[in-house]
Design a protein around this ligand. Structure first.
Ligand code: LMR
Length: 397
């Protein structure tokens, strides 16, 4: 059975971690996988999470399965965090919210569910998009199709081309994947006018947006980063949202995510929920409990929630400070290119705008690890390694 299997090349993002760890160079820099790092290069457990873990350790008295949809407290707080406390969708009870194993698990669960309802559904994805989106949707049976999004040379969103493609081709029964904030890999987000224009197009053409919200709070703020999707939820009959607590609660390995599906009528929610849970049953059966219990506890305990908000703001400010520092240092070092787009972009990622060959030189000659498309995890920078990065960029340019 297994004798003819051939190996696959390493994953475009996760494969970099193994290569980084194997590199003996003491000056190596890991700008690959999108995890937050502090000035010391560590990915710490947040204080609020540590405190919640202590409380949970003391109070948890069983490891039996949790409800398939996840704890009510978790789902209630999650939908308020995503949509905002007084959103009309919540008031009218038009949203179905379930716990899913991470943002990827939520994306996959939503995709599998939709594929069961309408096999081979087309899903428009930005070019470029997260390296795993296309494979994830394809393996669920959906049919991903790229639309223009980012102009690599100019470092701007090619919004006219995006709207032209979607306007002509995205239609009733299609999904359009939108990055809620902190676009991965470009860091270039739609502004509010552009969200409104996409929303108007969805109303006109009848497609359904599928929002991937993996970095809420790491761009401009918790509410600011959800403003675009909240506008969609207010103005469209249907919407799908896959969200993640990996980054904004630092719960990467605990796999904590949420799938939210907004309906036109509250009466439709129960049927969808039963189908989604039947889908989940056949994939992973019941979701993991630990991370969701922590998120629910932090969001439900005023002191922990306040501390979490401070910690999240610190992470966001640090990333934004690093963006500015990198651009300033490149300019001061006499870079022949303008890197002022870096502080204008949001979240963990930006493209350096290098060719594949230049990226390979960054890795081989400077031991700086970044993805093939020259995406860097800005959070991997610190005051110790930034000069080395600047030298490397100037060197390969
Ligand atoms: C990334 O893009 O680096 C993160 O979303 C982590 C991952 O799973 O790829």
């Amino acid at each position: 059975m297994f004798e003819s299997i051939t190996p696959r090349p390493p994953d475009a993002i996760l494969g970099l971690t193994a290569a980084f760890l194997a590199d003996p160079n003491p000056n190596k820099v890991d700008l690959g996988v999108g995890v937050y790092k502090d000035e010391q290069g560590r990915t710490p457990i947040m204080r609020s999470i540590k405190a919640a873990e202590k409380k949970l350790w003391e109070s948890e008295d069983t490891k039996t399965y949790i409800a398939q949809a996840g704890p009510d407290l978790y789902n209630t707080h999650s939908s308020r965090l995503i949509l905002g406390d007084n959103h009309p969708v919540l008031r009218d009870q038009r949203a179905m919210t379930v716990l899913a194993p991470g943002g990827s698990g939520a994306l996959r669960l939503g995709a599998e569910f939709i594929n069961r309802m309408k096999s081979g559904t087309r899903i428009w994805v930005s070019n470029p998009t997260w390296a795993n989106h296309t494979g994830l949707f394809k393996s669920a049976g959906l049919n991903p199709e790229p639309h223009p999004y980012y102009n690599y040379a100019a470092h701007v969103i090619d919004f006219d081309a995006m709207m032209d493609t979607l306007g002509k081709q995205a239609t009733v029964g299609d999904l359009v994947l939108l990055h809620g904030c902190c676009h991965n890999p470009s860091g270039a987000d739609l502004n509010m006018d552009q969200w409104r224009a996409v929303c108007a197009l969805a109303q006109k053409n009848g497609f359904t947006p599928y929002v991937d919200l993996a970095y809420q709070g790491l761009g401009d703020g918790v509410d600011e980063d959800a403003a675009g999707l909240r506008h969609l939820a207010e103005n469209l009959p249907e919407l799908v949202i896959a969200s993640s607590y990996s980054k904004n609660f630092g719960l990467y390995r605990e796999r904590v995510g949420v799938l939210t599906i907004v309906h036109e009528q509250a009466s439709q929610v129960a049927a969808t929920k039963s189908q989604v849970l039947a889908t989940a049953r056949e994939i992973y059966s019941v979701p993991p409990a630990h991370g969701a219990a922590l998120v629910a506890m932090v969001l439900d305990t005023p002191e922990l929630r306040a501390d979490w908000a401070v910690e999240l703001a610190d992470m966001r400010d640090r990333i934004n400070g690093l963006r500015q520092m990198l651009a300033d240092k490149l300019k001061a070092a006499g870079a022949s290119r303008d890197f002022s787009f870096i502080p204008a972009e949001k979240g963990m990622f930006s493209f350096l705008g290098l060719t594949r060959d230049q990226v390979q030189r960054m890795i081989k000659e400077y031991s700086i690890y970044l993805t093939d498309n020259s995406r860097i995890n800005v959070a991997g920078l610190n005051s110790q390694n930034v000069e080395h990065l600047v030298k490397a960029i100037l060197g390969v340019l």
